[in-house]
Design a protein around this ligand. Structure first.
Ligand SMILES: [Fe+2]
Ligand SMILES: [Fe+2]
Length: 149
């Protein structure tokens, strides 16, 4: 598969954002107070690594197969009470930061989807975008369960 300069630039941009996501989820996982958040962020960091390697494969001309399995979304128990505590405030900051990152990256995939000639690549980028939205939903669910949203 031959890519135009614009397509190549787009792929590079997406890759650098995925790298940032991997790093952020790792670091935020280390900083989180609630164990549920630690494991959520750890898991999402691994998912972002998969996105990065998929983009690498696309860059080399192969569109990876898309898994159709619908993994159920995790459920969260309330760790925090309605009142604000320093721990809750700190975890809330981490969630808000990552949620805004997911929104941004989802927009990027949306834009990128319009720029590729190959329909399989478009489908795959759209597939990743849906996964980013799912990441956002997990963070949203955690925040809702903990009176943060
Ligand atoms: Fe991602
Ligand atoms: Fe994500």
């Amino acid at each position: 598969m031959e890519f135009t300069e614009k397509e190549k630039t787009m792929l590079e941009e997406l890759k650098s954002h995925e790298k940032l996501c991997i790093e952020k989820y790792k670091r935020h996982s280390e900083c989180a107070n609630d164990a549920q958040l630690k494991s959520l962020f750890q898991g999402l960091s691994e998912e972002e690594s998969k996105h990065l390697s998929s983009l690498d494969q696309i860059g080399m001309g192969t569109v990876p197969p898309m898994s159709n399995e619908e993994k159920p979304l995790p459920t969260f128990t309330a760790k925090y009470k309605a009142m604000l505590s320093p721990e809750k405030t700190a975890d809330m900051y981490l969630c808000n930061d990552l949620l805004s990152g997911e929104k941004q990256v989802s927009h990027m995939y949306d834009t990128a989807t319009f720029e590729f000639r190959d329909q399989n690549v478009r489908n795959f980028l759209n597939h990743i975008q849906k996964e980013e939205q799912k990441h956002g939903k997990m963070i949203y669910d955690y925040m809702t369960a903990n009176g943060m949203y």
